[in-house]
Ligand binder design. Structure first.
Ligand SMILES: [Zn+2]
Length: 265
């Protein structure tokens, strides 16, 4: 190489040598950033999966309401269920406001049943199952118990948004008092966020439980839970009790969980 050429090249070579660390470090930065982004995306996906799993456990009622800070005890003067009952705080607040308004109109609203978790419903279900005659087939037993009881994991009572008012017996609503309660609720309950879940069956509600004048849902919470149930829970998740092998063929989610008054959806 000639001396002159070397003179020309040298400054450029020095310049390039200076650049190398800068280029290398910005390449490393880029790789680090990409790795960080991948880790953040994985973390987010994991958090979302965990949130979905937790929501599913909630929707299936597999928790103890006394251990949750978003549930609260129904005051004894409204509790006619004979056991310590819980509701979601928002549901109870709305109920108390509604009960005070009803009181002014001379109507006494009480709570006959509130939150019933999976274990509660499972005991109820299995007891009824075991009381049926041995001569019945398992499918017959399933259909028989389902007529009046929710399959554990499918009851809206799991959610802390449902109240059975005054008396969960159709006969009560033929009495003067029962009629007054129902009329008052029909006219006023919507103002407090409550909707009669199981109206008379007909073209707009072809499947599900028969009419229940006592059972009302607190919509500001229950609409979201109904939607989540539709999206997250499958029939394979509904198990752990006598006869659970018939859940899929009964099409329980579509026919029962979603078989409610369309105004409550
Ligand atoms: Zn009910």
């Amino acid at each position: 190489m000639e001396k002159n050429t070397l003179k020309k090249i040298l400054p450029a070579a020095v310049f390039i040598l200076f650049l190398i660390p800068a280029v290398t470090s910005s390449l490393l930065d880029l790789r680090q950033r990409q790795e960080n982004e991948i880790i953040a995306a994985q973390l987010l996906a994991q958090q979302q999966a965990e949130a979905k799993a937790a929501e599913k456990i909630y929707l299936l009622g597999q928790f103890d309401p006394s251990q949750r800070s978003d549930f609260t005890v129904v005051p004894a003067n409204y509790d006619i269920g004979g056991y310590t009952m819980y509701l979601r705080q928002e549901t109870l607040s709305a109920f108390l406001e509604m009960a005070a308004a009803a009181q002014k109109d001379g109507v006494d609203l009480k709570i006959a049943s509130a939150t019933r978790n999976f274990d509660y419903q499972k005991n109820l279900w299995n007891n009824k199952w075991n009381a049926l005659p041995k001569s019945m087939s398992d499918l017959e037993k399933f259909q028989n118990v389902l007529e009046y009881s929710a399959v554990p994991g499918t009851s809206r009572h799991h959610w802390g948004t449902e109240i059975d008012f005054n008396n969960a017996n159709p006969q009560y609503f033929n009495t003067e008092e029962g009629k007054e309660v129902y009329n008052w609720m029909s006219q006023n309950a919507w103002e407090y966020g409550f909707c009669q879940t199981y109206t008379a069956k007909g073209p707009d509600r072809p499947t599900g439980y028969d009419e229940e004048k006592w059972h009302w849902s607190y919509l500001p919470l229950s609409i979201g839970f109904t939607e989540d149930y539709k999206n997250l829970v499958t029939e394979a998740d509904i198990k752990g009790f006598d006869g659970d092998q018939f859940v899929a063929q009964a099409n329980l989610i579509q026919n029962y969980v979603l078989g409610i008054n369309p105004k409550c959806l």
